[in-house]
Design a protein around this ligand. Structure first.
Ligand code: FPP
Ligand code: MG
Length: 452
């Protein structure tokens, strides 16, 4: 497995246009693509220039500037994060203009605003997994039943994005369950955007089903995991089935750019999992490797689904790019907070055991920052906390360091960048759009402050 993984990672590196040595002391910063290529990337560019995972570009390099070595990037992040922590999203000017300000001063509850439409998407998801094979249906619906659906963060964000960019609020008849067959092409753009919400949830749950097999997890969302109930083989096939259903829905959109974006996020999910699984001793202690993995596993799906919604809404290249940036930054913030919660939240809050990452052998951002202050953490990270007492020792060292605080600062930085992307969008067309922008801004804070 390690061998296959190493080959895969080598292939990823070789796919990059720049030689590894040319990427400076930071090694593979972000995801191997030289930043010039990343900056000039367009969705339909040739494969060599296509978007590769590019998670850890600092504010300046995101705009096309040169790559910065890890230490410099981390310092820049820390400085920016201090600004972000000093006020309500310092990089967010609270603009939005047009039909109304998107200023975070006026609160808009993200989850309440799109609740009705989310219910419709949820109902369609339940219908999506109908099959004439009862065993498959039982397994596939396991995490779509009432009470087991999760937070629906992704679909909420996507429907908010659809309204935040729209020229007019959705017509009432579009706030009903879409009962068209999955393969039927939706004629209304809003229906197509709803399908992206549905497809994103299908992909997300499929990835969790596979992840729980890889991690031999016993619980998920506070319930027994599917692999624990039905076994590994059924869990893998149930995940494959969800992906198959997502593929039909995606094809029905007949939009090559959205198909490409969503397919790329699938590739990134696999790449992220492999990067994590096969990290060698050097990679295991590298913040760049961690951020690259985090982009692939968590932020890419959010980024590319947000952009797909914008593309399907027929918006400008500028707004499509900012939608993608919003998703990317909020995804990174979300995962960094998740990594903090592994230390600070209870098992019942998280629906999985505390210190799960350490026990799974993973060094996340709080540990990597702590290791900069306590070098004695390095050998523990490199042996993946496998010796008796390693997990407890690592926990104590993290808690006795600024690791959690620095991770929170980095999360605050990315949350601020997500807010800045909303503020940089072309003016909101209506007060309805402005209200949904405020909700997207509120989501950036909610992601930071969540406890579960
Ligand atoms: C959770 O990770 C897992 C993911 C975010 C993605 C997993 C991706 C794969 C298994 C690749 C295959 C992808 C598809 C679409 C089938 P975690 O273990 O860090 O978090 P957890 O604590 O929630 O389990
Ligand atoms: Mg897992």
């Amino acid at each position: 497995m390690r061998r296959a993984g190493a080959q895969f990672c080598r292939a990823l590196r070789l796919a990059s246009a720049a030689p590894v040595e040319a990427r400076g002391a930071a090694g593979v910063l972000g995801c191997a693509a030289p930043l010039e290529a990343a900056a000039s990337w367009t969705p339909l560019a040739p494969a060599s220039q296509q978007q590769r995972c590019r998670p850890y570009v600092s504010g300046s390099s995101a705009a096309g500037g040169p790559a910065v070595p890890a230490a410099a990037a981390a310092a820049e992040h820390a400085a920016l994060a201090r600004d972000a922590a000093a006020g309500p999203s310092s990089s967010s000017g609270g603009g939005g203009g047009g039909g109304g300000s998107a200023s975070p001063g006026e609160r808009a509850d993200a989850f309440v605003l799109v609740r009705e439409e989310i219910e419709c998407v949820t109902e369609r998801l339940r219908r999506d997994i109908f099959t004439e094979i009862p065993a498959l249906e039982r397994a596939a619906e396991y995490f779509f039943r009432a009470g087991a659906e999760g937070k629906r963060l992704r679909s909420t964000m996507l429907l908010l994005m659809a309204s935040a960019l729209a020229a007019a609020p959705p017509r009432l008849e579009l706030l009903t369950v879409d009962s068209a067959p999955p393969a039927e092409h939706p004629t209304d753009p809003r229906r197509r955007q709803q399908r992206i919400a549905e497809i994103t949830e299908l992909i997300h749950v499929a990835s969790l089903l596979h992840d729980d097999v890889i991690d031999s997890a016993g619980t998920r969302r506070g319930k027994r995991s599917l692999n624990a109930v039905f076994g590994n083989k059924v869990a893998i096939l149930a995940g494959d089935f969800l992906l198959a259903r997502a593929s039909v829905s995606l094809a029905s959109l007949r939009n090559p750019e959205a198909i490409m974006l969503m397919s790329q996020s699938l590739e990134h999910l696999v790449a992220g999992e492999i990067l994590q699984l096969t990290a060698d001793a050097e990679e295991a202690v590298s913040m760049d490797h961690y951020m690259r993995k985090t982009y692939c596993k968590t932020a890419s799906l959010m980024a590319n689904s947000c952009k797909s919604v914008a593309v399907l809404g027929g918006h400008s290249a500028h707004d499509c790019h900012l939608a993608q940036e919003y998703g990317r930054h909020i995804g990174l913030a979300f995962q960094l907070v998740d990594d903090i919660m592994d230390f600070t939240s209870t098992a019942s809050e998280m629906g999985k055991p505390q210190l799960n990452d350490l026990r799974s052998g993973l060094a996340t951002a709080p540990v990597l920052y702590a290791a900069e202050e306590h070098a004695e953490l390095l050998p523990l990270i490199q042996r993946r906390f496998k010796e008796e007492g390693d997990v407890e020792a690592a926990q104590a060292l993290v808690e006795g360091s600024s690791g959690l605080q620095r991770t929170r600062q980095l999360a605050a930085f990315h949350s601020g960048e997500a807010a800045a992307a909303i503020d940089a969008m072309s003016p909101a067309a209506t007060p309805h759009a402005a209200e949904h922008r405020r909700a997207l801004l509120e989501l950036t804070q909610r992601v930071l402050n969540r406890k579960k």
